[in-house]
Design a protein around this ligand. Structure first.
Ligand SMILES: C[S@@+](CC[C@H](N)C(=O)[O-])C[C@H]1O[C@@H](n2cnc3c(N)ncnc32)[C@H](O)[C@@H]1O
Length: 265
């Protein structure tokens, strides 16, 4: 029997008012992802756009040349791709399936190494939410500062970045539901990960090269991890028009190989 009748009408979780400091997507003939400050002027080749006081998502703005832009809330994919970067980042096409495979949801306690520019950390922070926590490890001070700057786009202060070489020192006393690894030598983190992931918890790594993926899989096997699988994600955009629907010629064809596994007993 369905108990849907017992559910209360949910509160509207969509806040239409744009808050100062938040990123907004100006969508028109071109798209611009900009930080909102009341009165700020955005200079584009389609003219000057003034961000008015009390801006709401869905508002229509006109540039000085008459070009129209709708104010949209950026997606998590937009925000990830927009982080200021000094490292390669994990792309949304990979990050989505990584989260699904790890079973990460609101309230999860997740670990990550290395933090890099914080693109994945930003996504993890948004997904685990108020009840969850993200602990990210990074060996280089400059990347910690950069990631903290990028993490200002998360509405939650549910993350911590620890300066540590995890290959030499491991993950300490933490016990994570899932651990995300984006390091040059992921296989070296496997013995440490075995101590830092709860039994049944998830290992998820991404590596650009097959040799890295192979070494990681072999080490996961040696260390008794279960359900080990590696794959890559290919995303082909489509050109849809009245005649001649087909894939776009240009494609982001290679990012990395994802390896997922579960810690056994
Ligand atoms: C490719 S970047 C990670 C990018 C990140 N996933 C993102 O989406 O922005 C790899 C990071 O691992 C860090 N790193 C490399 N070896 C490390 C180690 N032994 N311990 C901790 N961090 C390490 C590097 O400094 C670098 O910032």
């Amino acid at each position: 029997m369905s108990n849907h009748g017992a559910l209360k009408t949910p509160q509207l979780c969509y806040d239409f008012g744009v808050k100062e400091g938040q990123k907004i997507l100006l969508y028109g003939k071109r798209e611009f992802l900009v930080e909102y400050r009341p009165g700020k002027e955005i200079h584009t080749h389609l003219g000057k756009i003034i961000l008015k006081e009390g801006l709401n998502y869905g508002d229509l703005l006109r540039s000085s040349t008459g070009a129209e832009f709708v104010v949209l809330k950026p997606s998590l994919a937009d925000l990830m791709k927009d982080v200021r970067r000094k490292t390669t980042i994990i792309y949304p096409k990979d990050a989505g399936i990584m989260l699904l495979e790890a079973g990460v949801a609101s309230g999860s306690f997740v670990g990550e190494a290395g933090t890099g520019s914080g693109a994945l950390t930003l996504l993890l922070s948004r997904v685990v939410g108020r009840e969850g926590k993200v602990v990210s490890f990074e060996v280089r001070e400059e990347f910690i500062a950069l990631a903290l700057e990028n993490l200002r786009q998360s509405p939650f202060r549910n993350y911590e970045i620890i300066k540590r070489d995890v290959i030499r020192e491991g993950f300490g006393e933490f016990k994570f539901d899932a651990l995300f690894i984006d390091l040059p030598e992921p296989w070296q983190a496997v013995p440490w990960a075995k101590k830092a992931i709860i039994p049944g918890g998830a290992w998820v790594s991404l590596s650009p090269n097959m040799e890295q993926m192979k070494k990681t899989v072999l080490t996961l096997r040696e260390e008794g991890f279960l359900r080990i699988r590696s794959f890559e994600v290919l995303r082909r955009e489509m050109v849809v028009r009245s005649f001649g629907v087909r894939p776009r010629e240009v494609m982001h064809s290679h990012t990395g190989y994802i390896t997922v596994a579960r810690r056994g007993r």
